[in-house]
Every structure is written in C-alpha cells, then in structure tokens.
Write a protein that binds this ligand. Structure first.
Ligand SMILES: [Zn+2]
Length: 179
C-alpha cells in the first residue's frame, strides 16, 4: 500500500509565513519596522531574519538579507538551491537582487508594498527575461495579518511622537526665559 502525503501548498505557505511573522516581532522589539523572513528547504527552516537596519547600523539589514545570510552560513554555501524564502512584505529591489544571487527557488510574500515593492508593485524584477536564474513567486499569503502588523507599528509610532510633542509643549509655552 502506497502512502503519499500530499501537502496543500497553501497550508504549508501559511505555516512558514507564521514563522516569518513571529520573527517580525523581534524587529518590533528593536523599534524597527516589523518585517520577518525565513528560508525553508526540505520542510525545515534553514535561515531566519528580521529587519534591523537602524539598530544594526546597516542599510542592507532587511529581513530577507539577514535570512539569506543566516541560511548561507548554516549550510556553508552562498547558493541556496531548492530553498524558498518567506517574507511578510513584498521585497524591495535590493532584496529581489539578493534573492536571485542566492538562487532561491521560490519567494512567498505576505502583504504587497505599494511604495517600494519590486515584485509586483513598482517593478516585476523577478520576471525580467534577462535574469540568469528564474525565481517563482507567490504574493498575498496571510496578507491581512502582515499588513496589519506594519500598520499597528506605524500607528503606535505616531502615537508615541504625539505624546513626545505634548510633553515638550508646556516648556516651550512657559515664558521662554532661557530663550
Ligand atoms: Zn529589502
């Protein structure tokens, strides 16, 4: 008797997207825009990353780049053949480029990024015919969760800034003795 386990891609995609969402919380804890990413191969996470350019003083420290670096280090190879990358937000141009360099097989993202997304929103970078490596991609997995996480972050930050301004207001109205 043959036993085959057919996993529906959607269930798997959501599972790994939840793992990426969990990593986004680490970015949030650093005060960074909460984006998380995992690299998966053979049903296993081989790389984890979260957004940290400010705290890491590194303009390239996007979640995808950090996950690719982690995976390459762990497997001892700069090419991640047959590996898939899951990220909570549509990748930017830099990350799309790195994904091609790493030979990622497939990218799955959550919410699209209208301002800077390089897969569908602003460009279709991974579909360019001149690329020497094809990356397939899927968008919109747990999109609402992913975009809500980002929105909540910016809401909280606006609220924090408003509070800061209110704290500063009384002293500026207070007579200006030290003008
Ligand atoms: Zn990026």
């Amino acid at each position: 008797m043959e036993t085959t386990s057919v996993m529906t891609p959607d269930v798997d995609d959501e599972r790994w997207m939840r793992a990426a969402l969990a990593l986004a919380e680490r970015a949030a804890a650093l005060g960074e825009v909460p984006v998380g990413a995992v690299v998966v191969r053979d049903g296993e996470v081989i790389g984890e990353g979260w957004n940290q350019p400010i705290s890491g003083q590194d303009p390239t420290a996007h979640a995808e780049i950090m996950a690719l670096r982690d995976a390459a280090r762990r497997v001892g190879n700069y090419r991640l053949v047959d590996a898939d990358l899951y990220v909570t937000i549509e990748p930017c141009t830099m990350c799309a480029g790195a994904i091609v360099h790493a030979r990622i097989r497939r990218v799955v993202f959550g919410a699209s990024e209208p301002k800077a997304g390089a897969l569908v929103s602003r460009q279709s970078l991974l579909d360019e015919p001149w690329l020497n490596h094809r990356v397939s991609w899927t968008g919109g997995v747990l999109a609402e969760h992913c975009s809500e996480r980002i929105s909540a972050f910016f809401r909280a930050r606006r609220e924090e800034r408003r509070r800061q301004r209110q704290l500063q207001a009384p002293s500026s109205e207070g007579g200006g003795g030290l003008g």
